[in-house]
Design a protein. Structure first.
Ligand SMILES: *Cc1c(COP(=O)(O)O)cnc(C)c1O
Length: 465
């Protein structure tokens, strides 16, 4: 018996020997010697643990095997930590998938500023100090009709800084029917508590009248707040106060009125059959002092919280020290600016903004795409049946879950488990996120970007192998 059979560890190469393996030398152009040695160390440590757990039964791996494992480690380490996926869920503004895909113009704007310097707080050509949010202020004013505007990290941050500015250590009057939770992580009462404003609930879950707000106003009142109940609807015997009636009360009593419209439609969404989506301009026109909405819901832009309203209030918000913690960076400003420019031209916005294109796609076009996908999958691997079906898909992103729009999906019946098939799709390259329901895997076509169809087919075929 040789020494190596008594002690399999002795047969293993040293960390340096393994890092020097000829098969790994292509890596030296991409990573430092230090990273290669570290990867070799990781693999050898893992192998030692495996051999120990195995009580010396297994024979030690060959240097070729070891080098292949090092190659896999280096490969894995060089993958981007976040990669794009194909959204086949049928939920257009999918928070788990990063909400809105951006318009090409916004992507170009990001690419330009990301790897370079950009005058975020410099007034070119004067060379004087400029204001960060002044970059998008004129566009926001133009599109909403507001006197002034500013931007923070997201709409939750917008609500937080607005309440902190107007009602810290005071009360905010809000309807019981509007104490909402969105996506689990946004609970209105929690955000309000963190802003330092005390919640003063009025009315009942299903009915709140303007007079309920008026009756609750007192010494301690800092603001009246209206919140768009984006993701649910109370039906039947209901009543809520209009923003106009709150503005009337607020003016009379000298109390500012805040309107959190949530999704923030800048264009009239009735053209998409979504009549009751509040339209930021309507709220500004009705006289709300401050109107808040998200940048990455119906605006189709980057994550941001947009605050528009009266000039003096916006100035106070911008002077609030919290602004320093909640401000946006050059990437957000570039993408938001490009997105707002698209909203300026409503006619062309449908082609330019991916979420508008998705909402607008006709059933005919979706059916044609679905048929092409179905045909490419006939008889492939574990796909037993691929059919085109009419379905319902949703806007998502804190918009009404009850409000669907007609859509088209490819329904896949697979041999074996559909969960397993979906698991393989999510692990593929690119990853595809489907819907699993009623014993089938559903590929919703409306939320797949048309230029992704070919990649989607490849990914489906790969998962079926
Ligand atoms: C979505 C939503 C928010 C939270 O906005 P984020 O941009 O996700 O922070 C706040 N209020 C309303 C009414 C919403 O719909």
């Amino acid at each position: 018996m040789t020494d190596t059979t008594k002690n399999p560890f002795r047969a293993l190469p040293s960390v340096n020997e393994l890092a020097d393996d000829a098969s790994l030398q292509a890596w030296s152009a991409k990573v430092s010697r230090g990273r290669m040695v570290e990867a070799a160390r990781q693999v050898l440590d893992a192998v030692r643990r495996e051999l120990t757990a195995d009580n010396g039964q297994a024979s030690p791996p060959t240097q070729t095997d070891l080098a292949q494992r090092v190659d896999r480690v280096l490969n894995l380490e060089s993958q981007p930590v976040l990669q794009s996926v194909i959204n086949a869920t049928g939920i257009i503004i999918h928070t788990g998938l990063g909400r809105s895909p951006l318009a090409a113009k916004a992507v170009d704007a990001i690419a330009d500023v990301a790897g370079h310097y950009a005058p975020v707080e410099l007034d070119l050509p004067e060379g004087a100090r400029g204001k960060r949010n002044a970059i998008v202020r004129p566009l926001l004013c133009e599109l909403t009709g507001a006197e002034s505007a500013t931007v923070v990290n997201n709409n939750a941050a917008a609500l937080m800084i607005v309440l902190h500015t107007l009602a810290k250590d005071r009360e905010v009057i809000v309807s019981r029917g509007e104490l909402i939770e969105i996506g689990g992580s946004f609970r209105l009462p929690d955000v309000m508590a963190n802003s330092g404003a005390a919640l003063r609930e009025v009315g009942t879950t299903n009915k709140t009248r303007a007079s309920d707000y008026a009756a609750a106003i007192g010494e301690q009142t800092g603001a009246l707040l209206k919140v768009h109940p984006s993701n649910y609807r109370i039906e039947g015997f209901t009543q809520s106060a209009s923003i106009a009636s709150l503005v009337e009360i607020g003016r009379e009593r000298g109390v500012p009125v805040i309107d959190d419209v949530g999704s923030g439609a800048l264009v009239d969404f009735s053209k998409f059959g979504l009549e009751d989506e509040p339209y930021a301009r309507q709220s500004v026109d009705a006289g709300a002092d401050v109107v808040l909405f998200s940048g990455d819901k119906l605006l189709g832009g980057p994550q941001a919280g947009i605050i528009v309203g009266k000039r003096d209030i916006i100035e106070r918000i911008e002077k609030n020290p919290l602004m320093r913690a909640l401000r946006v960076d050059k990437i957000t400003l570039a993408a938001l600016g490009a997105t707002l420019q698209i909203h300026r031209d409503v006619e062309r916005s449908t082609e330019q903004l991916p979420i508008f294109a998705m909402m607008h796609a006709s059933m005919d076009v979706l059916e044609t795409r679905a048929r092409a996908i179905t045909e490419a999958l006939a008889g492939v691997g574990t796909i037993a049946q691929a059919t085109v079906e009419q379905t319902t898909c949703y806007l998502g992103g804190g918009s009404l879950p009850t409000r669907g729009m007609p859509s088209v999906a490819v329904r896949l019946v697979v041999s074996g488990s559909e969960d397993e098939f979906a698991h393989r799709l999510r692990g593929g390259k690119p990853a595809v996120v489907p819907r699993v329901q009623d014993g089938a895997v559903w590929i919703e076509v409306r939320t797949v970007l048309p230029q992704e169809d070919a990649k989607l087919i490849d990914a489906l075929r790969a998962a079926a192998k």
